[in-house]
Design a protein around this ligand. Structure first.
Ligand SMILES: O=C(O)c1cc(=O)[nH]c(=O)n1[C@@H]1O[C@H](COP(=O)(O)O)[C@@H](O)[C@H]1O
Length: 238
């Protein structure tokens, strides 16, 4: 299996370039992609992207941009010009922001996948209510996914619990990138809306973002292999 077929994206949530690369060196770039998030990128800057590309990884740059349209379009262009495979914005930034980002990539013939975060997997109904959204997470995810698709984005970040609804609303080809993945018997940590890796794929996730269950395992590549096996031999009913 090459990374082009693998649904697995390992979140490299580390406070330094060295720590992230130590983990990357334990992983096989033919069997997963990697995600660089806010902490690592803020500390290391673009050098981490270069180092991961040099090791053969495709990179999801997860900076969840959310600002006025012109600012987000510029940031998305800067990310794409570093050659990353995927970049994301917050769908709650709205239509004008997402369209500006899409248009900027198209105008510059940049093929980076542009996706939108819907409702963070750490949030439940009460958390949404507190920020003025009086909908269930599922309804809000559907609403934002439909908007992101109308703005020409390639997919969304959502929890795997909503992947099926997004598939119904936006179709098979629309990417459903789902964090909040927890293998059987592992700690949920700060995640709230979770599923197992096989449950997530069965629900329609196209890509699974997995951090701590792999990066904090004693043998990360063995943990990744265990997840791969669970995807091949799905439990009955999935
Ligand atoms: O955009 C993301 O990747 C993201 C969105 C979301 O709603 N929830 C979420 O957990 N993430 C990211 O996915 C990763 C999940 O890591 P673990 O909880 O360690 O598996 C982290 O890097 C989060 O920043």
């Amino acid at each position: 299996m090459s990374h082009r077929d693998s649904p697995l994206i390992v979140a490299l949530d580390y406070p330094s370039l060295d720590a992230a690369l130590c983990m990357a060196d334990l992983l096989d770039p033919r069997r997963c992609r990697v995600k660089v998030g806010k902490e690592l990128f803020t500390r290391s800057g673009p050098s981490v992207i270069e180092a991961l590309h040099g090791r053969g990884f495709e990179v999801f740059l997860d900076l969840k941009f959310h600002d006025i349209p012109n600012t987000v379009a510029g940031a998305v262009q800067a990310a794409a010009e570093q050659g990353v495979w995927m970049v994301n914005v917050h769908a709650s930034g709205g239509r004008r922001m997402m369209e500006a980002a899409r248009e900027r990539l198209d105008r510059n013939r940049l093929s980076t996948q542009l996706i939108a975060v819907t409702v963070l997997t750490s949030m439940e109904r009460e958390d949404l209510a507190e920020v003025g959204v009086g909908l269930e997470p599922l309804e809000q995810v559907e609403k934002l996914a439909t908007l992101a698709q109308a703005c020409g984005l390639s997919g969304v970040v959502c929890s795997s619990q909503e992947a099926e609804a997004v598939r119904r609303a936006c179709g098979e080809g629309f990417l459903k990138v789902t964090p909040g993945i927890r293998p059987e018997n592992s700690a949920s940590d700060d995640q709230r809306r979770i599923l197992t890796p096989s449950g997530a794929l069965a629900a329609g996730s196209t890509h699974l973002v997995i951090g701590r269950p792999i990066t904090q395992a004693e043998d990360p590549m063995a943990a990744l292999a265990g997840i791969e096996r669970s995807l091949v031999t799905r439990p009955p009913g999935h």
